[in-house]
Ligand binder design. Structure first.
Ligand code: PLP
Length: 276
């Protein structure tokens, strides 16, 4: 946000400089504007390349590409860059911090389908739902408490049922995010039977703690789906798998992913400490 404002300030200054004919500050300001424009073009091109790679992976696996959604993960990236990807025709975007999504969403078109993919705390449920009317899905429900909180708040606010995924810890490592595979049936049952304002849509995994994944992680998630579908009596097509990120989305698609979450391959590497 602040970077964007700074950039706009620079552009204003640049224009003033042009009018006054002051050449002194010109090159630096001009370079910044030009490099931002180039980055924007790169993001749109990167999106197209990801779409193509997803299609090719789907072809290899004999799967229908329209069963695979690409969520462009825009965390830490400015609204201007998100808009470029939007203007390239993309509508699915993901964020993992409540504070960030509630700041960005109102500045962007309402037909974006936002996916919340981060760790969600109970006290952030209300600001999330209130701040993002076009929130399409919460992918990261990992315990009963957060499911109940979401369910109650959706009901209180009179929103239509909210699509959710249950996040599964497939790494076998100690981790705060994601239910253990052995607990996933119980949590899914809770969501689908006790939470009338939530629509259970499937399972999500990040993979390993370092945000990479292995074929075993994908297999574990697929096994969870089989168990879940058997136990609540739904066909597997009604239970999405959200798996695959920049480094491994093609493999994830070949292994049955319905929802890949792609950040750095579309938007470029994240720069958490850009400010200051
Ligand atoms: C950041 C993030 C991603 C995207 O990661 P990349 O490797 O940049 O594609 C996907 N899923 C979750 C939950 C994330 O937090």
């Amino acid at each position: 946000m602040n970077d964007l404002e700074d950039e706009e300030e620079d552009n204003k200054r640049e224009n003033k400089n042009q009018i006054s004919g002051d050449e002194e500050l010109e090159p630096q300001a001009g370079t910044m504007a030009a490099s931002a424009a180039a980055t924007d073009g790169v993001a749109a091109a990167a999106l197209r390349s990801v779409v193509q790679r997803v299609q090719q992976a789907a072809d290899r696996a004999g799967r229908a590409p329209d069963r695979i959604r690409i969520v462009a993960v825009s965390k830490t990236k400015p609204v201007s860059l998100i808009r470029q990807v939007y203007e390239a025709g993309h509508r699915f975007f993901g964020e993992n911090y409540v504070q960030e999504i509630v700041e960005k969403a109102p500045q962007l078109p309402e037909d974006i389908e936002w996916h919340f993919i981060g760790n969600l705390q109970s006290n952030k449920v209300k600001p999330l739902l209130a701040g993002v009317p076009n929130l399409a899905m919460v992918e990261s429900v990992d315990d009963k408490k957060i499911a109940d909180r979401l369910d109650r708040m959706v009901g209180t606010m009179g929103r239509k049922p909210l699509k959710v995924l249950v996040q599964v810890n497939t790494s076998g490592e100690e981790s705060k995010s994601g239910v253990e595979p052995s607990g996933c049936v119980e949590l899914v049952k809770h969501v689908s039977q006790e939470c009338p304002n939530l629509e259970f849509c499937g399972l999500m995994t990040i993979g390993m703690l370092d945000y990479t994944s292995t074929p075993e992680n994908f297999k574990t998630l697929a096994n969870c789906r089989s168990e879940v579908c058997r136990s609540i009596g739904i066909p597997e097509e009604q239970c999405e798998l959200s798996m695959g990120m920049s480094g491994d989305f093609e493999l994830a698609v070949e292994m049955g992913s319905n929802n890949v979450r792609i950040g750095s391959t579309i938007f470029g590497p994240r720069e958490y400490l850009k400010k200051n």
